[in-house]
Design a protein. Structure first.
Length: 252
């Protein structure tokens, strides 16, 4: 098969540093959420103007009311690092210097491109929704929120499809299967919680919906962290048949 991905993206970055993207994306997002939550708790759980949930404010409510600079910086840092993550996770698959699947099926390489574009769109939407807050630009904020969730969903599902051969295939990279299975499990959990969140929100059950939004956001941090396992394998590690027994992966 044509080397679609590698002919588009050459090895412009050091493989030994790509794992920093998911690590930083996870850390910045987790930190941003925790700062917002602790700030709300420290103020005695106030109810903000326009807050539809009487008990648990949505993340955007806190971000727009008291800590907008923190929210903007956190979303911007997360968005930038997630863009790098979306690229790194697929680039290491096809790069001859890493997993070296440059001649992978063309449909899989096209799916990787879809995942990358959707991830970049989600990252841009995340940054913009923090700027156009829910109070001063509610309609625009809502559209950007939908763009973020939509882009993340497409990127997560496409990435899961691309890497599924390493989760259940006959020829896998040693040590990678556990990370693929963990990542797939987190994607399924996020999809279930996300659908429940939307259903409860539309039904007017704002209390439970608010709790689920926070759970979904924190799960996203651990989902990002799981990609470190994809990108920290030593360059040049070759596929091994699953029935040969796994050796310990070489960590860069």
């Amino acid at each position: 098969m044509a080397r679609l991905w590698h002919s588009t993206f050459r090895d412009l970055f050091s493989h030994r540093r790509l794992w920093l993207f998911p690590l930083l994306a996870s850390a910045t997002w987790f930190t941003t959420l925790t700062i917002l939550l602790l700030r709300w708790l420290s103020l005695g759980r106030p109810r903000y103007p326009g807050q539809v949930n009487p008990d648990v404010p949505f993340i955007s409510d806190i971000g727009a009311a008291t800590l907008q600079p923190v929210f903007i910086v956190g979303c911007a840092a997360t968005g930038i690092c997630f863009s790098g993550t979306a690229f790194a996770v697929h680039h290491v698959r096809y790069s001859p210097g890493f997993y070296g699947l440059a001649h992978d099926a063309r449909w899989r390489q096209c799916t990787s491109l879809v995942a990358l574009v959707a991830g970049l769109a989600a990252a841009a939407s995340l940054v913009l929704l923090s700027i156009f807050d829910t109070y001063n630009a509610h309609a625009r904020h809502l559209y950007l929120l939908l763009g973020t969730f939509g882009g993340l969903s497409v990127s997560a599902l496409a990435t899961t499809v691309v890497w599924w051969d390493q989760a259940r295939g006959d020829v896998v990279f040693v040590g990678l299967r556990r990370w693929c299975l963990l990542n797939t499990f987190l994607v399924l959990c996020q999809m279930s919680v996300g659908l429940s969140f939307v259903a409860l929100l539309r039904a007017g059950h704002f209390h439970i919906a608010g709790i689920l939004e926070w759970c979904l956001a924190y799960m996203g941090a651990f989902w990002l962290l799981s990609f470190v396992g994809y990108t920290r394998f030593r360059e040049g590690e070759r596929p091994a048949l699953k029935d040969r027994g796994e050796r310990q992966p070489l960590i860069a």
